[in-house]
Design a protein around this ligand. Structure first.
Ligand SMILES: [Zn+2]
Length: 74
Protein backbone atom coordinates (compact mmCIF):
# COMPACT_ATOMS: atom_id res chain seq x y z
CA UNK A 1 0.00 0.00 0.00
CA UNK A 2 2.36 2.74 -1.18
CA UNK A 3 -0.37 5.38 -0.96
CA UNK A 4 -0.76 4.82 2.75
CA UNK A 5 2.98 5.06 3.32
CA UNK A 6 3.18 8.27 1.31
CA UNK A 7 0.35 9.76 3.29
CA UNK A 8 1.92 8.75 6.58
CA UNK A 9 5.23 10.30 5.52
CA UNK A 10 3.52 13.50 4.48
CA UNK A 11 1.67 13.68 7.78
CA UNK A 12 4.87 13.15 9.70
CA UNK A 13 6.61 15.90 7.75
CA UNK A 14 3.74 18.30 8.36
CA UNK A 15 3.74 17.57 12.07
CA UNK A 16 7.49 18.12 12.25
CA UNK A 17 7.15 21.41 10.37
CA UNK A 18 4.34 22.51 12.67
CA UNK A 19 6.43 21.68 15.72
CA UNK A 20 9.37 23.61 14.24
CA UNK A 21 7.22 26.63 13.46
CA UNK A 22 5.86 26.52 16.95
CA UNK A 23 9.32 26.37 18.50
CA UNK A 24 10.53 29.25 16.32
CA UNK A 25 7.58 31.37 17.34
CA UNK A 26 7.88 30.79 21.05
CA UNK A 27 11.65 31.09 21.45
CA UNK A 28 12.80 34.61 20.82
CA UNK A 29 16.38 34.98 19.63
CA UNK A 30 18.76 36.93 21.84
CA UNK A 31 18.94 40.61 21.14
CA UNK A 32 21.63 41.64 18.74
CA UNK A 33 23.35 44.50 20.48
CA UNK A 34 26.14 46.30 18.67
CA UNK A 35 27.57 49.63 19.76
CA UNK A 36 24.46 50.38 21.80
CA UNK A 37 22.19 49.62 18.86
CA UNK A 38 19.39 47.13 19.48
CA UNK A 39 18.13 45.27 16.43
CA UNK A 40 14.40 44.62 16.25
CA UNK A 41 13.71 40.87 16.33
CA UNK A 42 10.74 41.43 14.04
CA UNK A 43 12.19 43.33 11.10
CA UNK A 44 15.94 43.44 11.99
CA UNK A 45 16.18 47.21 11.75
CA UNK A 46 17.66 49.21 14.64
CA UNK A 47 15.14 50.23 17.26
CA UNK A 48 14.61 53.96 17.64
CA UNK A 49 16.71 55.44 20.45
CA UNK A 50 13.65 57.21 21.87
CA UNK A 51 11.94 53.86 22.25
CA UNK A 52 14.98 52.36 23.96
CA UNK A 53 15.14 55.27 26.37
CA UNK A 54 11.50 54.68 27.27
CA UNK A 55 11.84 50.88 27.30
CA UNK A 56 15.51 49.75 27.53
CA UNK A 57 14.66 46.05 27.23
CA UNK A 58 12.49 46.47 24.14
CA UNK A 59 13.09 43.66 21.65
CA UNK A 60 10.96 45.11 18.86
CA UNK A 61 10.64 48.44 17.13
CA UNK A 62 7.42 50.36 17.66
CA UNK A 63 5.94 49.09 14.37
CA UNK A 64 6.58 45.42 15.18
CA UNK A 65 5.41 45.90 18.75
CA UNK A 66 2.14 47.35 17.50
CA UNK A 67 1.67 44.42 15.10
CA UNK A 68 2.51 41.94 17.88
CA UNK A 69 0.04 43.51 20.27
CA UNK A 70 -2.69 43.48 17.65
CA UNK A 71 -1.96 39.82 16.94
CA UNK A 72 -2.61 39.03 20.58
CA UNK A 73 -5.83 40.98 20.46
CA UNK A 74 -4.82 43.85 22.68
ZN1 LIG B 1 10.60 45.93 13.79
Amino acid sequence: MPDLIDRAKEMEMRQRQAALDNALQTTEPPQDIQDGVVICIGCTTPIEIDRLNAKPNAARCIQCQTIEERRHGR
